[in-house]
Design a protein around this ligand. Structure first.
Ligand code: 6PG
Length: 450
């Protein structure tokens, strides 16, 4: 039987996913109000598996039952509005998939709405950008029921793979796929910022763009590379008539919100995710460049490229562990049974944070909690002194490296035998009678400070 899927949204991601499905033998029926857009997509489809409709009801009626409809449209209100229209035409056991960059709690809400009409909802995080959508994305799939076999085959056929294992993860709960995607994006922000901090350091060490590119390129010979490191190495070399492209771009970083949502979620759970927080803050701060009327001009830095390489590795590993610990924490709290090995497999190819580090962790024997894994602790400890060296040099040279620094502080803070926060509690109790607990006691008491 031919596999089929309905697709709403033929922007860049949607069109590329449609072509990917078509190439792998799934027929795709798309909905779009513009006949021209549908025709231009059909023209690009050399496999002849794409058709389209400009009328929503016709589009839905023409799909074989149970209908499988993938929405790839902007998240939030546009997705909700479209979903509500689509649901009106669906029947029990039809399947609605949200593949946009949805907030995971929105997916939970949409799932509950669909459930009322016995429609199966799937919240699916898609990573890999344009190129991934066309040639193999990572798919993070959240649902309450097991996935329809035909749909599973279709999705598996388009996903990326690493060492013959597909980058496709199946998670329990309508919002869990998007939760994993959100964490992916939070880690993406931190990874991008760590690379950017290294770029800053090397610029201040008087490296040319070509030398910085070479520095990053070398990572692949040491099994320390990543998709983001590879593209950085390429970005640094691109030129036009006026010189390097990078040198002509405004240094104010934008975002579409997923990193912010990751930070907000970690704060809502009261769980530390400092490297992601600092990465998000660095983007925000970059918009306030000329805050002071007098500038501090950093000095030239003298840095060993080996120490910097190790400091980058340290910060990336610390960030990844923070992210995995947070996933574990939420999984335990919400009883989601998320298997971290599955997450590592899910992120091993196709997605933006794919890297040698993820493969290294994926192949390691991880203990629960992950912080008790000797190899992980050794890796952090073995690179700690280089992270410290880099931070010291940056302080001396006036270079701000918030994510490398916070990764270091997080590791040192959470490994320390002394935690000074008793003083915070004492201060709160002193001025506001907020109560403290004595060591080895569950009881909260207000102390007499007079
Ligand atoms: C991916 C990316 C993708 C994306 C986001 C983040 O996994 O393919 O994470 O979802 O690039 O839009 O973009 P911002 O940096 O604009 O938040």
């Amino acid at each position: 039987m031919t596999k089929s899927i309905g697709l709403i949204g033929i922007g860049v991601m949607g069109s590329n996913i449609a072509l990917n499905f078509s190439e792998k033998g799934t027929s795709v029926h798309v909905f779009n109000q513009s006949e021209d857009k549908i025709n231009s997509l059909i023209e690009k489809d050399s496999n002849g598996n794409i058709s389209g409709s400009t009328d929503l009801e016709n589009f839905i009626e023409s799909l074989p039952k149970p209908r499988k409809i993938l929405m790839l449209i902007p998240s939030g209100k546009p997705t909700f509005d479209m979903a509500k229209k689509v649901i009106n035409y669906l029947e029990p056991n039809d399947i609605l998939i949200d593949g946009g960059n949805a907030y995971y709690l929105d997916s939970s809400r949409l799932g509950a709405l669909c459930a009322k009409k016995e429609i199966d909802f799937i919240g699916m995080g898609v990573s890999g950008g344009e190129e991934g959508a066309r040639n193999g994305p990572a798919l993070m799939i959240g649902s309450e029921k097991s996935i329809n076999n035909e749909l599973k085959d279709s999705l598996s056929s388009i996903a990326a793979s690493y060492e013959n294992s597909l980058s496709i993860g199946f998670y329990k709960g309508y919002g869990t796929g998007h939760f994993i995607k959100m964490l992916h994006n939070g880690i993406e922000y931190a990874e991008m910022q760590i690379i950017t901090e290294a770029y800053h350091i090397l610029k201040k060490a008087n490296y040319t763009n070509i030398e910085i590119s070479e520095f990053f390129k070398k990572f692949s010979t040491q099994n320390r590379s990543s998709y983001l490191i590879e593209i950085t190495s390429e970005i640094l070399l691109k030129k036009n008539d006026s010189g390097y492209l990078l040198d002509q771009i405004q240094s104010t970083a934008n975002h579409k919100g997923t990193g912010k949502l990751t930070v907000e979620t970690s704060l809502n759970y009261g769980f530390p995710l400092p490297s992601v927080f600092e990465a998000f803050n660095a983007r925000v701060e970059s918009n306030y460049e000329n805050l002071w009327s007098k500038n501090i001009d950093g000095q030239l830095i003298d840095i060993s490229s080996e120490s910097l390489n190790n400091a980058i590795y340290f910060a990336r590993l610390a960030t990844m562990i923070q992210g995995l610990l947070f996933i574990q924490h939420v999984s335990n709290k919400e009883q989601l049974d998320i298997d971290l090995k599955e997450v590592l497999q899910n992120w091993s190819a196709g997605c933006i944070i794919r890297s040698d580090l993820l493969n290294e962790l994926g192949n390691a024997k991880l203990l629960n909690p992950i912080t008790t894994t000797p190899s992980v602790q050794d890796l952090l400890q073995n690179n700690l002194s280089d992270a410290k060296e880099v931070i010291k040099s940056c302080i001396d040279s006036g270079i701000s490296i918030p994510v490398i620094n916070s990764s270091y502080n997080w590791f040192v803070g959470t490994s320390s035998t002394f935690n000074p926060s008793a003083l915070i509690q004492a201060q709160r109790d002193y001025f506001g009678a907020h109560q403290v607990q004595f060591k080895n006691s569950d009881e909260f008491i207000h102390l007499d400070w007079d």
